[in-house]
Design a protein around this ligand. Structure first.
Ligand code: PLP
Length: 379
């Protein structure tokens, strides 16, 4: 198997090899905080003193219970701890799922743009991809009837990513209902990458839980992770909500060839951290919201270069580059001259003159100053 690298990672690594990048304006994670901001010293010492052991292949029961509790419990399909499988990052979960379900003659329907892992594995295995792009004319909204029209008897999986990376747009409850019905009608599972599900404006302690697509149908598999909405990529934990027993077994067999189980330390810390999920999200989502507002003002000031429409959901968004310069050239020169990284959207399968912007950085204003300095120097 000759796996292609993730396109955005390849772009970043190439750029890093020639430019001394110090800041990333396209980072997809919520504000970086420390474990000690959320977990007491006593608890940190507790894990340091425990005998170091494997945890269950599924993840500890305590963690699976805490993960199930991150979601709104819809009575028809509530998410239970039994439905959760824990992985070492969302990356491992995506890989395990794809390799479990797909073979060379299958077709996968992918709503684009999307995160690279959703496409690069399929391209590497020469699996046929039916792409259903979101369009600017349709305000980047999902078109469920277009998805239905594009299915064929060989479609084995529908792959979607909402809140969308990079655009930030989310599904409405009506979209979720329609997608769930579609999945059941054609008996095709949906992989719903929802790693940014908890990022929304107006988050308060009472309304922080995520409304997973798998809460609408047992056929849907939801993906979550510690890195994006929760801003803790140093804890390498992802999870799938998967109820189909056949699919669970296949995924677990694949996992025995990968990490087997995730780190006991990460598992322990994630339980402690998720106990404070409400506070973490209120903190992060407020900062993300402020950064979105700052960026909207910045783009208004530099409207000869950038056009931006604020979206209330997602850690990332896109900005249209309204210049005759090529986005990749701009990105290259910005990295070389001002050490700032801005990733063109084509690496997330959105062609055209767009960049992905990440709104989670604590030093977002400083990065905008760097960008402004670059614009003034080069105009
Ligand atoms: C939409 C999306 N899904 C999955 C992942 C993978 O998450 P992780 O790298 O934490 O495993 C990312 C990472 O950027 C992402 O943006």
């Amino acid at each position: 198997m000759n796996l292609h690298p993730l396109p955005h990672r390849k772009f970043i690594n190439n750029l890093r090899s020639i430019a001394n990048i110090t800041d990333n304006l396209s980072n997809a994670c919520a504000p970086a905080t420390s474990v000690s901001d959320w977990v007491s010293e006593e608890k940190i010492l507790e894990i340091a003193r425990l005998p170091s052991t494997y945890v269950s292949d599924l993840g500890s029961w305590e963690l699976r219970k805490t993960i199930a509790d991150l979601y709104i419990r819809r009575p028809s399909h509530p998410i239970d701890p039994e439905d959760v499988i824990v992985f070492t990052g969302a990356q491992e979960a995506i890989f395990a799922l794809q390799i479990s379900l797909l073979g060379p003659h299958d077709e996968v329907l992918v709503v684009t743009p999307t995160y690279g892992s959703m496409m690069s594995f399929l391209l590497s295995l020469k699996i046929k991809i039916i792409e259903v792009p979101l369009s600017q004319e349709n305000s980047w909204k999902i078109n469920v009837s277009k998805i239905e029209q594009s299915l064929t008897p060989r479609t084995k999986l529908i792959s979607i990513n909402f809140p969308n990376n990079p655009i930030g747009v989310d599904l409405t409850p009506e979209d979720k209902g329609e997608l769930a019905k579609l999945s059941e009608k054609y008996n095709i599972p949906i992989l719903s990458d929802e790693v940014g599900l908890w990022t929304k404006s107006q988050t308060d302690l009472g309304n922080w839980k995520g409304d997973a697509l798998s809460s609408y149908s047992d056929k849907v598999i939801s993906l979550g992770v510690t890195s994006k909405s929760f801003g803790l990529p140093g804890i390498r934990l992802g999870w799938l909500i998967v109820r189909d027993q056949g699919i669970r077994e296949k995924i677990l067999s694949v996992k025995t060839h990968l990490s087997i189980c995730s780190s006991q330390i990460d598992d322990f810390l994630a339980v402690e951290i998720f106990k404070r999920a409400d506070e973490i999200l209120v903190h992060h989502n407020q900062m993300i919201e402020e950064n979105k507002t700052k960026f909207a003002l910045f783009c208004k000031k530099h409207s000869h270069l950038f056009r931006y429409q604020k979206v209330d959901t997602g850690v990332t968004g896109i900005v249209e580059f309204v210049s005759s310069l090529d986005v990749k050239e701009f990105s290259h020169s910005l990295a070389m001259k001002n050490q700032l990284l801005m990733i063109p959207s084509e690496f997330f399968y959105l062609p055209g003159n767009f960049f992905r912007i990440g709104f989670g950085a604590k030093n977002f204003s400083e990065m905008l100053e760097k960008l402004e300095d670059f614009i003034l120097k080069t105009s």
